[in-house]
Design a binder for this molecule. Structure first.
Ligand SMILES: NC(=O)c1ccc[n+]([C@@H]2O[C@H](COP(=O)([O-])OP(=O)(O)OC[C@H]3O[C@@H](n4cnc5c(N)ncnc54)[C@H](O)[C@@H]3O)[C@@H](O)[C@H]2O)c1
Length: 352
């Protein structure tokens, strides 16, 4: 009789952080390789499964699987999005867990907290876009929105653009700006931070890099505030007036065909006949592979919008798993000791 034990490793968010997994460079590398692997046909990426519990609030749980054939790893992100959470209960909107399995025997190898990975993926995609679309001498970054995505995006942008020196931030409530600065200041000690008391224009009008990451569904960012040469990373839903995209020289998406059918500003513009396929420069992978040029001139305005390619989450989770395993973090999670009918006491446990 063989050994029929099945184990996997469990990693809490703190295990992952303690193992050094909050490493945006690692996440950018994993996301870049994942996009190139997808383009080569080496990724299985079925449709996500969406279960919406409230049409008005869009409270939902999504199931997003992907397999990296060459890495022999299959994973799934199980992600809850409950938009009323912050206001109603003072708790986070998004929470996720990830399961990874090897595909030689099909057994699970890891069960891990997934919010960290999910937020790092959003930041990593923005960082990769910034590498190709922002001025490499960018000094000032301006945020509209000071929540979880904004914080991770700042780490990603500073990683992609080390020349950044000043960060200005505008949120709906100035207390959130103060919290953003309190939390991010110690992490990015060589950066100067300025709150703006909810003055959106002051946050972005001198910025070389603009990030909107809000829960608002309104045209907050005005075209007139985006200076020549600026790069804009659009993270949330509807956050900018149509004139922003219209004045940009290059618009790049993680996947334009997906963006088209969502509810982002670019999606709305497309659905309203205000934006055509030919107005889109390309997808991020085309810049990564060198098929298309990124920024070509200092004065270009560039626009990036990602709605999320969940296979990148699985790739980043796999990189985190390898790092955490190497660091000896996590706990052994026993799935089974032996096969069902091998249990000596099964006759005492079975209910007939
Ligand atoms: N593109 C992606 O792949 C992706 C992935 C995850 C989340 N998101 C989206 O990113 C957005 C931000 O998510 P989060 O987790 O950071 O949310 P959060 O709740 O932590 O933060 C939201 C921020 O929006 C700000 N805000 C809301 N209305 C505003 C207004 N009128 N003016 C100025 N600021 C305003 C709030 O002050 C807050 O700082 C959400 O829309 C979310 O759906 C996108």
């Amino acid at each position: 009789m063989g050994n029929h034990e099945i184990h996997c490793q469990y990693y809490s968010q703190e295990d992952l952080l303690g193992a050094g997994c909050l490493d945006i460079r690692m996440a950018m590398d994993a996301a870049e390789s994942a996009m190139l692997a997808f383009q080569n046909g080496d990724v299985l990426f079925p449709e996500k499964i969406v279960q919406i519990f409230n049409d008005d609030t869009q409270e939902r749980i999504n199931c997003l699987p992907a397999t990296f054939v060459k890495d022999k790893v299959c994973g799934v992100k199980w992600v809850s999005v409950f938009p009323p959470n912050p206001v109603k209960y003072g708790i986070q909107n998004l929470s996720a867990v990830i399961i990874l399995s090897e595909i030689e025997h099909g057994f699970p190898i890891a069960f891990m907290e997934g919010t960290l990975c999910s937020n790092m993926r959003v930041g990593a995609m923005g960082g990769l876009a910034a590498r190709h679309l922002a001025r490499s001498d960018s000094k000032a970054i301006g945020f509209i929105g000071a929540g979880e995505q904004a914080k991770m995006h700042l780490i990603a942008m500073k990683t992609a653009l080390p020349s950044l020196e000043v960060c200005r931030v505008a949120a709906k409530d100035p207390a959130e700006e103060a919290q953003f600065i309190n939390e991010m200041g110690p992490i990015l000690a060589d950066m100067r931070f300025e709150g703006t008391q909810s003055d959106l224009e002051a946050a972005v009008s001198d910025a070389d890099v603009i990030v909107t990451a809000t829960s608002a569904q309104a045209p907050l960012l005005k075209a007139a505030w985006m200076k020549a040469g600026a790069f804009y990373s659009h993270v949330g839903g509807w956050e900018d007036e149509y004139a922003v995209a219209k004045q940009c020289d290059k618009i790049v998406c993680d996947d334009w065909e997906t963006v088209k059918h969502r509810t982002q500003t670019l999606s709305r513009m497309y659905q309203d006949g205000e934006l055509a396929d030919t107005d889109i420069h390309g997808n991020l992978v085309d810049l990564l592979s060198g098929k298309l040029a990124g920024r070509e001139k200092d004065e270009e305005r560039t626009y990036f919008n990602a709605v999320g390619l969940a296979y990148a989450d699985v790739a980043i989770a796999f990189a985190m798993y390898r790092r955490a395993r190497e660091a000896g973090m996590g706990q052994d999670l026993k799935i089974q000791n032996e096969m069902i009918f091998e249990h000596a006491h099964l006759k005492d446990w079975v209910k007939l």
